[in-house]
Design a protein around this ligand. Structure first.
Ligand code: WAQ
Ligand code: MG
Length: 262
């Protein structure tokens, strides 16, 4: 699923914006020098769109990617589960994730955390929970922040093909593309069994389960409209591999550069 390559010089561009009351939004890209300015400028626009008058701090950090550490992986195939109610949606999510080898108790604990506010004060985390598949134990070092999956992007050479694919799936939206890139990297990391995601946007009710085995499965109605709660859980195969998984999620650069299934 993944391999090392020799590649052109890329820069990791990361944005984090916050309001006085906390996290607003973030973004991650891996781009060549020629697209650095455009990427940074798009990130400023996004933060202003999302945060507007509430924006208090914004950081954009640019770091050169060590080309010998860059990995390539394939885009997860996309499908969509249509279910009418939030309860049905969670039942579908539960079935998918347990089918991937995660204990029912672990999925239930993660679901409760996401639906109730996974951070200590009941708010949303900035990053993902890291959940031990067998026990449901939370392994992320900071339970308010969680683990941010960073250092990933789509290879420019397949961007158009991927957009066409998402249009054909009836799922074209920049938000879906971004989530699919994150999910494709996450699923490629050894030790990850599954990822479960619910947006924190009150009006975006579609979530997904991502995995190497089942691909990117979108689930409609994972929350009621107007609900500001959201989060991510990344289920790992044993507590012993958690450190390595976290290191790869945060620091190993991945380019999604193949569409094996099309
Ligand atoms: N790494 C880890 N966790 C993250 C990251 C990241 N880079 N970014 C966000 N999170 C966590 C954090 O807890 C957020 O509250 C939560 O995930 C949701 O983030 O196919 O928009 O950016 O239609 O709101 C799914 C698209 C969209 C489904 C997901 O997530 C579809 C989305 P959001
Ligand atoms: Mg959001």
């Amino acid at each position: 699923m993944e391999d090392r390559i020799d590649s052109p010089v890329l820069f990791s561009v990361r944005m984090h914006a916050s309001a006085e009351e906390g996290h607003l939004c973030g973004a991650e890209r891996l781009v060549g020098a020629d697209r650095l300015a455009a990427a940074a400028s798009a990130m400023l626009d996004r933060a202003m769109d999302r945060g507007g008058a509430r924006l208090a701090h914004l950081n954009i950090r640019v770091t050169a990617v060590d080309p010998t550490r860059l990995r390539r992986t394939g885009l997860l195939p996309v499908r969509t589960v249509h279910v009418p109610t939030v309860d049905d949606a969670w039942q579908a999510a539960m079935q998918l994730v347990t089918g991937l080898g995660v204990a029912g108790t672990a999925v239930r604990r993660a679901a409760e955390a996401i639906r109730g506010g996974a951070a200590r004060e009941g708010g949303n985390m900035r990053g993902a929970m890291i959940v031990e598949a067998a026990t449901g134990a939370r392994l992320e070092p900071d339970p308010d922040r969680g683990v941010r999956v960073t250092q990933m992007d789509l290879d420019e050479r397949i961007r158009e093909a991927v957009q066409g694919y998402l249009v054909a799936c009836g799922a074209w939206h920049p938000r879906v593309l971004e989530a699919l890139i994150l999910a494709s990297k996450t699923a490629a990391v050894d030790g990850v069994l599954a990822e479960l995601c619910v947006s924190d946007d009150p009006d975006y009710t579609t979530g997904y389960v991502g995995s190497r085995n089942l691909g990117y499965v979108r689930i409609l109605n994972l929350k009621a409209p107007g609900d500001p709660r959201g989060g991510r859980a990344i289920f790992v195969n044993g507590a012993r591999c958690a450190g390595r998984v976290i290191e790869a999620l945060e620091r190993t650069p991945y380019l999604v550069s193949r569409m094996d299934h099309v």
